[in-house]
Design a protein around this ligand. Structure first.
Ligand code: FES
Length: 101
């Protein structure tokens, strides 16, 4: 699958996120611990959006009930979520965040 250009790195400060849409998917770009991650913008608990959730130390927290997800693996780190969220391979090229969707 080709990588798709999503946003300029300057749009996403450290420990922040940016919601984007690409390839018919709602995505969340997260910038944490010096890395950029791309995950689906939908919590696995009750299908709520994850944007506006806190990003810290390699995880994003759902703003609705507080479940945290590993940005690297998508794994749920605490209740009420049990299932992982989808993650996408991401890279930075020429100052842009790209993901393989
Ligand atoms: S909708 Fe995310 S934890 Fe409930």
């Amino acid at each position: 699958m080709p990588f798709v250009r999503l946003a300029e790195v300057s749009q996403i400060p450290a420990e922040k996120s940016l919601a984007v849409e690409a390839g018919g998917k709602k995505l969340l770009i997260c910038h944490s611990k010096g890395e950029f991650y791309v995950v689906i913008n939908k919590c696995s608990h009750a299908d709520e959006p994850l944007d506006c959730g806190r990003v810290r130390g390699g995880w994003v927290a759902c703003p609705i009930h507080g479940a945290r997800f590993s940005l690297a693996t998508g794994a749920a780190m605490n209740p009420p979520a049990k299932e992982p969220i989808q993650t996408f391979p991401a890279r930075v090229v020429d100052g842009w965040v790209e993901a393989e969707l």
